[in-house]
Design a protein around this ligand. Structure first.
Ligand code: GCV
Length: 718
C-alpha cells in the first residue's frame, strides 16, 4: 500500500512539475527528444564555469543549471577548472576574455551583446559565452539555452549578437487597484498590498522571461496614472520589485501623473515653469533614486484623454517633458513622453492632430527625453498606416509604442500573431532621408545618429496562470522582445523559435502551426476591418463590431466618424480634397496612397471615400470585395480550426484543448464581426451579398441590440 502511495506521489510530482498550464512560457527545459542531438549535447556539455561571481551571474548560473540539467537530463557540475565539456561564462571583468574573444567582436557586442564560440583550450573542448557586461553574459546564457531548446547543431558555435535598440520596454497599464486597463488576462501581477514584504515567485519568473528575450525596462503602472505610486509607501514597494529585477538587467519606470505636485505635494499648481513645481519634481526624483538607485525614469501621458499636462497652464509638451527631464538628469534618468494626443476642441482629423502638435516641437526636447509614438496615427488598429511622426521629427529621439494586449484584436480570445504587424511598420519607408529611411532606422536611432533609442509595447500580461490568457498571446510578448533586440529577424524565424520552445520541435507541428500564426494577422484584418476600415468596434469597451455607433461624447470616438459610409460609398478621404492627412508624409510615401486607382488596397479606406461600385484590382466592385474579404476572414479562422484539430496528440492535451476552445470562440466572433458589418454597410450600398456566400443568419437589429456592460478591460484608477 505504502509503495502504491509512493508511486502515486511520484507520478503526481512529475505531473505537477510538468503541468502544461502555460506558466513556464517559452522557458521549458524538458529533455531533448532527438536522441542524436541529445548525444551531441551531452558530449559537449558536462560542466559550467563562471569566471567571477555577481548577482546577475548567479541568476545566469541558476538558469543554466536548471536549463541544462532539464534539457540534457544529466547532472551538470559547476567547476572552477576548465575540463573537456565546459561551458565557460566570462565578461570583460575577467582578463581571460581577451585571449578567448577578438577585440573586434567585443566591440561589436557593445554593452548588452554577447558572443558564443566553440574553442579548444589546452586540448580541451569548451564553449565560451562572453559579454562585456554581466548582463551581456546572462543574455548569452539565455541564447545558448535557446539553441538547445530549438535543437540547433552546437558543434561549431560562432554567434555574435547585440541589440539594435537600447531601451526594450514593456508598458503595463496596471492600476493600483490591480485592474488592468485593456487587460484581458486576470488582474495585475503586482500585488501592491503584499509588497514589499511578500515577493511573489512570479516576479522572478517575469524577470527571467523578459531577460530571456532582452527586455530591459518596464513601466509598472498605467499611463492614466495615479499619483499615489510616487508616495513613499509605494516607492518602497516599487523598490522591492526593482531588487528582484536588477540582476536580470531590468530597470523600472513609473508613469507619472503630471498633476502629482498638487495631488500629493500640496502645491497649488503643476505649471512646469513654476519654480516650486520644478523644485518639487527634483526632490521627488532625489527621493526615488534613494530607494531605487537604478530607476529608469518617467513615462508620461499628458493632455490626452482627460489627463492633466502642461497645456493646462498654456505650456507646451516640450516644457512639460523638459521640466521632468531636468529633475531626472542628475541621476541619468529618462523621460518618455507620449505623443498620443488629440482634442475635440480642434476641428481637425484625429489622424493629423499628434503630428500638428509635436512637429513644431522638433528639436526642443532635452537629450534625456524620448517621444513615444504609437505605430499608427489612430490607435493600435488591426492595420494602420505608419504614424507620420516617424521621420517627421528628425531632431527628436522618437520611440516606438506597439500594443501587445489585444484591445482591438479580439482581446485574449483570438489567435493573432503580431510579428507581421510589427514588421510591416518597422519595415515601412518614411523616405525622409531618401529611399531606405525605414522606421526601424528611425527607432534604433541610426537614421539621425541619436544617442538614445527605444521600443516599447503595452504588455498583455496578467495573473492568469499562463500569463497572457491565450496560449498564443505569449508569442506576441516573445516576438516583441526578439524584434526589439533585432528588428531584422523575420516573423517566420521568430514564430519557428517560439513554437519549438513553447510546444515541440516535431516538424509537422512546427510547419503547420507556423503557417497558422503567419496568416492570423491578415485573417483578423479580413473579418474585422478589411481594405482600410478602422475604429469600428464597440464603444468604450471596444468589444465586438459596432460600425453603427454614433452617440459618443466626442465625434472621433464614433465609428461613423471613421468609416463615413453613405449612399455614395465608404472611407475617409484624407487626400487634398479631404482632410489632407497625406500631406504629413514624405512625397514618395504620399504618392503611394494619393491616387484612388493605384492606392494599396490594404489602406484604401484609410485614405479615400470610395464608391460602392468602384472597380477593385480583382475586377470586383468595392462592395463585393468587401464581402469577399469578410467571408475570407471567417473561412481562414475555420481553416485554423481544422489545422489545429489535426495537431491533436502531438502536444499535451491541456493546451491543445485550451486553444481549440478559444478557436471556437474566435470563429463565433469572426462570424459576428462579418455579419454585423456586412448587414450594416449594406444599408448604404443597397447591394446583395454575392451569390454563393452564406447569408447572415441574424438581423442587423439583433447585432445592434447586443450589450456588454461587463466587458473586461476597463477599470478605474483614481
Ligand atoms: C491608457 C486608447 C485606449 C485607452 C488608453 C489610450 C492610451 O484610447 O482605449 O484605454 O489609455 O489608448 O494609449 O493612452
Amino acid at each position: 500500500m505504502k509503495k502504491y502511495f509512493l508511486l502515486l506521489y511520484c507520478c503526481l510530482t512529475v505531473y505537477i512539475l510538468h503541468a502544461e498550464d502555460g506558466y513556464r512560457l517559452w522557458l521549458r527545459y524538458d529533455k531533448v527528444d532527438n536522441s542524436k542531438l541529445l548525444q551531441q549535447y551531452r558530449n559537449a556539455i558536462s560542466y559550467i564555469q563562471f569566471a567571477h561571481a555577481s548577482p546577475t551571474l548567479a541568476a545566469a548560473k541558476e538558469e543554466m543549471i536548471d536549463g541544462l540539467q532539464g534539457l540534457l537530463d544529466k547532472k551538470i557540475l559547476v567547476q572552477n577548472s576548465t575540463e573537456n565539456g565546459t561551458v565557460l561564462v566570462v565578461t570583460a571583468a575577467d582578463s581571460i576574455i581577451y585571449s578567448l574573444i577578438s577585440r573586434d567582436d567585443l566591440d561589436k557586442i557593445a554593452i548588452d551583446g554577447f558572443v558564443i564560440e566553440t574553442k579548444k583550450i589546452n586540448q580541451k573542448n569548451i564553449i565560451v559565452i562572453a559579454g562585456n557586461t554581466d548582463i551581456g553574459a546572462l543574455y548569452g546564457c539565455f541564447h545558448f539555452l535557446r539553441l538547445l531548446q530549438t535543437q540547433q547543431n552546437i558543434q561549431q558555435l560562432s554567434v555574435v549578437s547585440a541589440p539594435t535598440v537600447q531601451l526594450r520596454m514593456l508598458d503595463h497599464w496596471d492600476n493600483l487597484t490591480r485592474t488592468v486597463e485593456r487587460g484581458y488576462t486576470g488582474m495585475s501581477i503586482w500585488n501592491w498590498q503584499k509588497l514589499p514584504d511578500y515577493i511573489d515567485k512570479r516576479y522572478t519568473d517575469y524577470a527571467r522571461a523578459n531577460a530571456s528575450i532582452g527586455i530591459n525596462a518596464v513601466a509598472l503602472n498605467n499611463v492614466n496614472a495615479n499619483a499615489t505610486i510616487l508616495t513613499k509607501d509605494y516607492l518602497i514597494k516599487v523598490a522591492a520589485l526593482a531588487n528582484v529585477f536588477r540582476p536580470y538587467g531590468i530597470k523600472i519606470f513609473l508613469s507619472a501623473r503630471f498633476s502629482a505636485p498638487i495631488e500629493i505635494g500640496g502645491l497649488k499648481t503643476a505649471d512646469p515653469l513654476d519654480a516650486q513645481v520644478q523644485q518639487w519634481w527634483k526632490k521627488k526624483a532625489d527621493e526615488i533614486y534613494q530607494y531605487i538607485p537604478d530607476f529608469g525614469g518617467f513615462l508620461v501621458k499628458a493632455n490626452s484623454e482627460g489627463q492633466p499636462g502642461p497645456q493646462n497652464y498654456n505650456r507646451t509638451h516640450a516644457d512639460g517633458a523638459n521640466m521632468l527631464a531636468d529633475a531626472l538628469a542628475l541621476h541619468n534618468g529618462i523621460v518618455i513622453w507620449r505623443a498620443f494626443v488629440y482634442s475635440n476642441e480642434t476641428n481637425e482629423d484625429r489622424f493629423k492632430q499628434a503630428y500638428n502638435e509635436f512637429k513644431p516641437l522638433d528639436g526642443k526636447f532635452r537629450n534625456n527625453v524620448l517621444v513615444q509614438v504609437k505605430n499608427g496615427p489612430i490607435d493600435f488598429q488591426p492595420r494602420e498606416p505608419f504614424h507620420p511622426l516617424f521621420g517627421g521629427m528628425p531632431q527628436t529621439q522618437v520611440m516606438m509604442e506597439f500594443q501587445l494586449t489585444q484591445e482591438y484584436l479580439g482581446f485574449a480570445t483570438h489567435l493573432v500573431y503580431l510579428a507581421p504587424l510589427f514588421k510591416e511598420c518597422l519595415d515601412a519607408d518614411t523616405y525622409t532621408k531618401g529611399k531606405g529611411s525605414y522606421i526601424s532606422k528611425v527607432v534604433d536611432g541610426s537614421l539621425e545618429n541619436h544617442p538614445v533609442s527605444g521600443m516599447a509595447a503595452v504588455a498583455n500580461i496578467g495573473n492568469d496562470i499562463n500569463w497572457t490568457g491565450h496560449p498564443f498571446a505569449q508569442a506576441n510578448w516573445y516576438a516583441f522582445g526578439r524584434l526589439a533586440w533585432n528588428h531584422n529577424l523575420t516573423s517566420a524565424q521568430i514564430a519557428d523559435e517560439w513554437i519549438r520552445k513553447t510546444f515541440t520541435n516535431t516538424q509537422p507541428f512546427v510547419n503547420k502551426v507556423k503557417e497558422m500564426m503567419l496568416v492570423s494577422r491578415e485573417t483578423i484584418v479580413d473579418y474585422m476591418t478589411p481594405l482600410g476600415l478602422h475604429h469600428i468596434m464597440g464603444y468604450s469597451h471596444h468589444y465586438g463590431p459596432a460600425p453603427w455607433y454614433n452617440s459618443a461624447a466626442r465625434a472621433d470616438w464614433n465609428p461613423t466618424y471613421f468609416h463615413k459610409a453613405d449612399s455614395a460609398g465608404i472611407g475617409f478621404d484624407r487626400t487634398a480634397t479631404g482632410s489632407n492627412a497625406l500631406s504629413q508624409y514624405a512625397p514618395e510615401m504620399r504618392k503611394q496612397f494619393d491616387d484612388i486607382n493605384t492606392c494599396n488596397e490594404n489602406y484604401l479606406l484609410w485614405f479615400h471615400h470610395v464608391p460602392w461600385n468602384f472597380k477593385m484590382k480583382s475586377g470586383r466592385s468595392l462592395w463585393n470585395e468587401l464581402c469577399y474579404k469578410y467571408y475570407a476572414g471567417v473561412d481562414s479562422v475555420r481553416w485554423m480550426q481544422s489545422t489545429w484539430d489535426n495537431m491533436k496528440g502531438i502536444i499535451d492535451d491541456e493546451r491543445f484543448k485550451e486553444v481549440k476552445m478559444l478557436l471556437t470562440i474566435q470563429e463565433k466572433e469572426a462570424v459576428w464581426w462579418r455579419n454585423a458589418c456586412i448587414l450594416y454597410f449594406q444599408t448604404f450600398s443597397k447591394m446583395p451579398v454575392p451569390k454563393g456566400l452564406e447569408q447572415p443568419d441574424n438581423s442587423l437589429e439583433y447585432y445592434e441590440s447586443l450589450q456588454f456592460p461587463y466587458a473586461p478591460g476597463i477599470g478605474g484608477n483614481q
